[in-house]
Write a protein that binds this ligand. Structure first.
Ligand code: PEP
Length: 247
């Protein structure tokens, strides 16, 4: 799966141009592996543009409940609008909005209860990376948010080293591959039903480095920020994925 995270970018005109370009460059067979998370305000525009395709349209965040929570969107609201997935626990949410693992666990629970996919984002800081604490950090992010839940393929993990996001720096794909294997093991032992999830890599993926990630066994796709805003580049990434994963 290749997921575009548009963050607080886009407007109706740019999104329309993006759709026309992207749609003309990508084979329909691979579209069921593509997810787009625009801003909430553009969710329906993207739903409408892609309505005749299998592209999944999702949201970048969800609240744990509805009602008197100004500015929020609940999982129940999202599922009524046929939302395919929600990112949960993106490092920007953890950092700017003080989201902790407990809250993130509740968000995942709420999303899964409403029957759409949760993409749990985890990752270490540069300092933790340098101190060799990556695995320790990832393990605690996983166990503190999904322990003992009954999980199925609706839970996807995105491994996003914080220092790689938007920086142009990426870890060695071989190292990412072994971290993904580790993540799969940790999720398997943490969940009630020993489920092995798909794991996406995120952090400065572009059309020049995508192939090095997609040809690794445990890298099941990518979460793409900056490079997903350019329809040509994102289409190249999706086409690379299609070629290497033989879709
Ligand atoms: C992200 O923020 O999820 C992300 C992967 O960003 P970028 O691709 O720009 O590093």
């Amino acid at each position: 799966m290749i997921v575009a995270n548009w963050k607080a970018n886009g407007d109706t005109q740019k999104n329309y141009q993006w759709f026309k370009t992207f749609h003309s460059l990508v084979d329909t067979k691979v579209l069921s592996c593509v997810g787009i998370s625009p801003s909430h305000i553009h969710f329906h525009q993207l739903k409408t543009l892609f309505q005749k395709t299998d592209v999944m349209i999702g949201v970048q965040d969800i609240d744990i409940e509805g009602g008197a929570r100004t500015g929020s969107i609940s999982a129940s609201m999202a599922s009524h609008e046929d939302c395919s997935f929600s990112l949960v626990g993106h490092s920007e949410r953890r950092d700017f909005f003080n989201e902790d693992n407990e809250l993130i666990g509740k968000k995942i629970h709420s999303v899964l209860q409403h029957n759409f996919k949760a993409i749990l984002c985890i990752g270490e800081t540069l300092e933790e990376h340098k101190l060799g604490k990556t695995k320790e950090k990832l393990k605690s992010q996983i166990t503190d948010s999904i322990s003992k839940l009954n999980i199925d393929e609706k839970l996807i993990i995105a491994y996003e080293p914080i220092w790689a996001i938007g920086s142009g720096k990426t870890p060695d794909p071989k190292e990412v591959n072994s971290i993904h294997e580790f993540i799969k093991d940790v999720v398997q032992s943490a969940t009630a039903n020993n489920f092995e999830p798909k794991v996406l890599y995120g952090g400065s993926v572009n059309d020049h480095n995508a192939a090095e990630f997609f040809n690794k066994e445990y890298i099941d796709g990518a979460l793409v920020g900056g490079a997903s805003l350019d329809a040509d580049i994102f289409a190249n990434i999706v086409n690379t994925y299609r070629r290497l994963k033989k879709i």
